[in-house]
Design a protein around this ligand. Structure first.
Ligand code: AMP
Ligand code: MG
Length: 344
């Protein structure tokens, strides 16, 4: 396969554009933190820290939350709950942390809602198509290889128990990859920590997935950018006000490779077993939690423009679809997606 455009698999969207126009038009100085989290970067902006918290303490607290999520969900850490569950080939309940059980439960809910388009057991296909830890294949996989990888896929083969928290696989080959929901989950975990520690006005962003609490000073709303879905520059397609909610984006415009003049996306349709090949280039979803937004954005991205928009309308999901047209992009907003301003 030739040209690889796998531009920063995770560090992607640091964009959803720290566009958040921090500090515009008011004179209270923001407290900004940045660091690394689950294979990408995080940034946090807040104003008015409570008395018992300074920026240093806040960073320590956030780092602890982030490393907690890593130790549970990272596949780069062989000792994480998730890696250990994947390595386990038995059929008994396997004890995991409550966090992992909850996130897998959310993932299964979204699988059901999207008719299996969102599927955290899709890893064998992600690897086969060269977007996993195994690196790129040197040619496009054959139908036989795709069929073989599909045999070990299906969210129904994973069961979840919350109390006491445990996971179970009913097929030994099943493994879980939370790449499409973990960033959102981590955003929620950091937001919860901030709220528990008295920080009510905040913006948390991890790898482009965002959640805000409260407002900026003077009750000014947080303003967030939806990225223009082009591989090159990082510019803004639209801006929205987002207070007390989360927004996550899934797109196929950054992480892909080209072979034989065709583009292969990192978003895989578990039914065809192949990268999606429709003209929907990005979906942003606004939800209460970033885990839900993250999973839904990926699920709708798999479903494509017709089915995805239909599902979003039917279920009143607040989503923003950007579809490639012959002369640019067409936008469709569904549900209560915030009123947005398109930038040219
Ligand atoms: P996101 O950027 O949140 O849309 O997540 C994309 C990542 O999720 C990909 O790089 C794959 O690792 C994984 N993935 C690909 N296809 C699917 C799918 N159908 N369901 C769940 N995860 C997927
Ligand atoms: Mg996602």
């Amino acid at each position: 396969m030739n040209k690889v455009f796998n531009l920063f698999r995770f560090a992607l969207v640091s964009m959803a554009l720290l566009l958040m126009l921090v500090g515009c038009g008011n004179d209270s100085a923001p407290v900004k933190l940045q660091g690394r989290a689950i294979g990408t970067t995080y940034s946090i902006v807040t104003y008015n820290l409570p008395e018992n918290l300074d920026a240093h303490k806040m960073q320590q607290g956030v780092e602890q939350v982030v490393s907690g999520v890593n130790s549970v969900m990272s596949l780069f850490n062989p000792g994480s709950d998730l890696s250990r569950f994947n390595a386990y080939k038995g059929k008994d309940w396997f004890e995991v942390s409550r966090e992992l059980a909850l996130v897998v439960r959310t993932a299964k809910t979204i699988s059901l809602l999207t008719g299996g388009a969102f599927d955290i057991t899709v890893a064998p296909l992600v690897n086969l198509w060269g977007f996993g830890s195994d690196g790129r294949p040197d040619k496009v996989p054959s139908d036989e290889q795709v069929a073989a990888a599909k045999a070990d896929i299906g969210a129904d083969f994973v069961q979840v128990r919350i109390d006491p928290p445990a996971l179970k696989k009913t097929k030994p080959g099943i493994s879980i990859d939370l790449a499409a929901i973990a960033k959102g989950y981590c955003v929620d975990a950091v937001a919860d920590w901030l709220k528990q520690n008295g920080v009510s006005d905040f913006m948390v962003e991890i790898g482009g997935e965002i959640r805000t609490g409260g407002t900026k000073p003077g009750k000014a709303p947080w303003v967030i950018g939806v990225e223009k879905p082009t591989p090159g520059g990082r510019s803004v397609q639209a801006v929205i006000e987002l207070s007390g909610r989360a927004m996550a984006t899934s797109g196929d415009y950054r992480n892909y490779f080209e072979a034989g003049g065709k583009r292969y996306s990192h978003i895989i349709d578990p039914v065809s077993g192949k990268p999606v090949s429709h003209n929907l280039v990005s979906v942003s979803v606004v939800e209460e939690t970033c885990s839900m937004a993250d999973a839904l954005a990926t699920g709708l991205m798999v479903m494509g423009p017709e089915q995805g928009i239909r599902l979003a309308k039917k279920n009143k999901l607040s989503a923003f679809f950007i579809v490639k047209t012959v002369d640019g992009f067409a936008e469709t907003a569904t549900g209560n997606f915030p009123e947005h301003k398109t930038l040219k």
